[in-house]
Design a protein around this ligand. Structure first.
Ligand code: NAD
Length: 359
C-alpha cells in the first residue's frame, strides 16, 4: 500500500469522478507526446445522439486542473448545444495545454491528430479559441475525425452564427413586441468582431437603428460610417435605452450590477456564457427581461461545421440555422407557460432529446 498523499497533493489530484464539473462524462483522455511536447485533454461528455463534436482550444492554462475543468465544462456544454440545435451529434471538447502564439508546430498538431484518431470517431474535433483552419488542416493529416477543413466544406462559421443571431433577435423581439419588424427599432450591439459586425449589417439592412460599442475603435468607426450607427462606451452598452441588447463580445457580461442597469427588455446576442452565474437566468426573468439563451441563439456556427459538405450548396445549413428562430420561440412560450427562466427551459428541451434517445 502506498503512503497517503499530502493534503496539498491530494487536493491537486482529486479524482475526476468527484470533480465539480464532472457530469457523467463518458470518456476523459489525457494525451501526451514527448517528441512534440503535446499535452492534451479530450473530454467526451456524451455520444448518445452521435459522435461527440466540439472544438479544440489551445490555451496557456495556469494548471492541469484548470485545463481539466475547462474540458469537462465545455464538453458538457457541447452536448446541450448540439442536442438543442437538433443535430445528431454528441458533445465533446479538447484542450491543448500550450501557448498558441509560440508553441504551434506541425509535429504538435500531428500528435494531436493521432490522439483524436485513437478515439476511433467517438470524438470529432474542430477549431476553437487559439486554433486556426490551417492548424486543423495539419490535424487532418492524421485523422478523418475533423470538421471545418477544406475537405469537409465551408470555412469560417461566423457568418452562419451571425445569421442565427439575427434570426434569433427577430424571434425574441417578436415574442416581446408581437411583430418581427425591426424597422425604426433600436438595437445595441456590444462587440463588432466576426459575428457582431455581420449582425449589425443585417440589422441595418432590416431598418433597425444601431447603437454600437467595441474596445477596437476602427470597428466602431466602420459601423458608424457604413450603418449610420451611434457609438457608446463599452461599459455602458448594457444600459443603453434600446429595444434589444445584443452582447456579441465576451462572456459573463450579465451579472448582478449589469442586470440591475439593463436598458433593454430583450437580450439576444452571440457571446458565449453570457450569464456570470446560473442564478442570473432567474434574475433576468424576475426583472421582466426576455433572455435568448446563448447556446441556443449562437448555434449557427456549430450547425455549419457539422452539416457543411464539400461542393458548396449550403441550403441544408441555412435551413437548420434559420430554424433557431423556431427553437427560440418554443423556448419563450414554454418559459411563459411554466414561469421558468429561459436558459432552464433550453436545458430541459436538450435533456428531453437526450432522454428520448436513451436505449
Ligand atoms: P471576435 O474576437 O471576432 O470579436 C469580438 C469583438 O468583441 C472584438 O471586436 C473585440 O474588440 C470586442 N470586444 C472585446 N471586449 C469588449 C468589450 N468589453 N466591449 C465591447 N467590445 C469588446 O469574436 P467573434 O467570433 O465575433 O465571437 C463573438 C462572441 O460570440 C464570442 O463570445 C464567441 O465565443 C461567440 N461565438 C462566436 C461564434 C463564431 O462563429 N465566431 C460561434 C458561437 C459563439
Amino acid at each position: 500500500m502506498n503512503a497517503p498523499l499530502s493534503p496539498k497533493v491530494a487536493a491537486t489530484f482529486a479524482g475526476v469522478f468527484d470533480h465539480p464539473e464532472f457530469d457523467g462524462h463518458e470518456q476523459i483522455v489525457h494525451g501526451f507526446d514527448a517528441a512534440s511536447g503535446l499535452r492534451t485533454i479530450i473530454a467526451v461528455h456524451s455520444t448518445r445522439l452521435g459522435p461527440a463534436l466540439g472544438g479544440c482550444r489551445m490555451w496557456t492554462y495556469a494548471s492541469d486542473a484548470d485545463a481539466l475543468t475547462d474540458a469537462l465544462r465545455l464538453s458538457r456544454g457541447m452536448t446541450y448545444k448540439n442536442a438543442l440545435a437538433g443535430l445528431d451529434l454528441g458533445g465533446g471538447k479538447a484542450v491543448i495545454l500550450a501557448d498558441p502564439r509560440k508553441d504551434k508546430t506541425s509535429a504538435l498538431f500531428a500528435a494531436f491528430g493521432n490522439a483524436v484518431d485513437r478515439l476511433g470517431g467517438h470524438y470529432v474535433t474542430a477549431e476553437d479559441v487559439g486554433i486556426t483552419a490551417a492548424d486543423m488542416e495539419q490535424v487532418a493529416t492524421r485523422t478523418a475525425h475533423v470538421r471545418g477543413t477544406r475537405a469537409t466544406g465551408l470555412g469560417d462559421p461566423s457568418p452562419y452564427t451571425a445569421l442565427g443571431v439575427f434570426v434569433g433577435i427577430r424571434a425574441a423581439f417578436g415574442h416581446r413586441f408581437g411583430t418581427q419588424d425591426l424597422k425604426g427599432r433600436t438595437v445595441c450591439v456590444q462587440g463588432l468582431g466576426h459575428v457582431g459586425m455581420d449582425v449589425a449589417r443585417r440589422l441595418h439592412e432590416a431598418g433597425a437603428k444601431l447603437v454600437v460599442a467595441d474596445i477596437h475603435a476602427p470597428a466602431v468607426e466602420r459601423a458608424v460610417t457604413e450603418f449610420g450607427a451611434t457609438a457608446c462606451a463599452t461599459d455602458e452598452a448594457h444600459a443603453v435605452a434600446a429595444d434589444v441588447f445584443a452582447p456579441c463580445a465576451l462572456g459573463a457580461g450579465l451579472n448582478d450590477r449589469t442586470i440591475a442597469e439593463l436598458g433593454a427588455p430583450v437580450i439576444a446576442g452571440a457571446a458565449n456564457n453570457q450569464l456570470a452565474e446560473p442564478r442570473h437566468d432567474a434574475a433576468l426573468r424576475a426583472r421582466g427581461v426576455l433572455y435568448a439563451p446563448d447556446y441556443a441563439i449562437n448555434a449557427g456556427g456549430v450547425i455549419s461545421i457539422a452539416l457543411a459538405s464539400p461542393g458548396g450548396d449550403d441550403r441544408l445549413v441555412r435551413d437548420k440555422v434559420v430554424a433557431i428562430g423556431a427553437t427560440l420561440a418554443h423556448i419563450f412560450e414554454r418559459a411563459d407557460a411554466t414561469d421558468t427562466p429561459t436558459q432552464a427551459v433550453a436545458d430541459s428541451i436538450a435533456e428531453e432529446r437526450l432522454t428520448a434517445r436513451r436505449d
